[in-house]
Design a protein around this ligand. Structure first.
Ligand SMILES: Cc1cc2nc3c(=O)[nH]c(=O)nc-3n(C[C@H](O)[C@H](O)[C@H](O)COP(=O)(O)O)c2cc1C
Length: 186
């Protein structure tokens, strides 16, 4: 079973939903997880309840959305991999620095304890500024893999990186055998 976590990069939820659908139809059994922000926030990109309904419909499973629900996802519920798609700069920084105060960071902490792969699909406007150090910290961490990333708009958003969602499944497949898909930066 794969854990699949959504963080608050609201503009990329549609792309992530498409990948979730594809993974499900490729036969993955999926346990959905959401950060509190995703589970409770309506934005111009959509309503939280609509996203929750879609995710539960695709996965046929209730969304894990509290720290208490996420805590067993390592010691007791052993996932083959945890995918965080999208991963915000906020959640990336917390995982890099050992901060565990959301369902997604709890899931990552619990899962990484059991030495299994975590795949990060980063989408962040501060990836090449405040979060650059945190990317390098996680690149050196065992069992953490990144979906290949690129600068989506270097002129207008010079600090932004977004992952290539079309490479998510390939990244996951390689992560399951302990390898990072290359090239990491496109
Ligand atoms: C409409 C909207 C879009 C956002 N898009 C992004 C984004 O693409 N990447 C990012 O890192 N943060 C983005 N944020 C900020 C995060 O939602 C914010 O840092 C939040 O605390 C993340 O919480 P989480 O990581 O627990 O989901 C956005 C916020 C809003 C309201």
């Amino acid at each position: 079973m794969i854990g699949y976590a959504f963080c608050g990069s609201f503009c990329t939820h549609k792309q992530s939903l498409d990948k979730l659908t594809a993974l499900k139809s490729d036969g993955y059994d999926i346990l959905p997880i959401m950060s509190e922000n995703v589970y409770t926030t309506d934005t111009r990109f959509g309503k939280a309840c609509d996203l929750i309904n879609k995710v539960e419909d695709i996965t046929k499973s209730k969304v894990i959305h509290t720290i208490v629900e996420a805590e067993p996802l390592g010691p007791r519920v052993k996932l083959d991999a945890l995918v965080i798609a999208p991963c915000t700069g906020n959640t990336l920084a917390k995982i890099a620095r050992g901060i565990t105060d959301t369902p997604v960071t709890m899931a990552a902490k619990a899962h990484l304890r059991s030495d299994r792969p975590t795949v990060i699909a980063l989408c962040s406007n501060d990836a090449l500024s405040a979060n650059l150090q945190n990317i390098s910290i996680l690149l050196e961490r065992k069992n953490v893999f990144f979906v290949p990333m690129k600068q989506d708009d270097p002129k207008n958003k010079p600090h932004s990186l977004v992952c290539d969602f079309s490479q998510l499944e390939e990244t996951l497949k390689l992560a399951l055998v302990g390898k990072q898909l290359q090239p990491l930066f496109k």
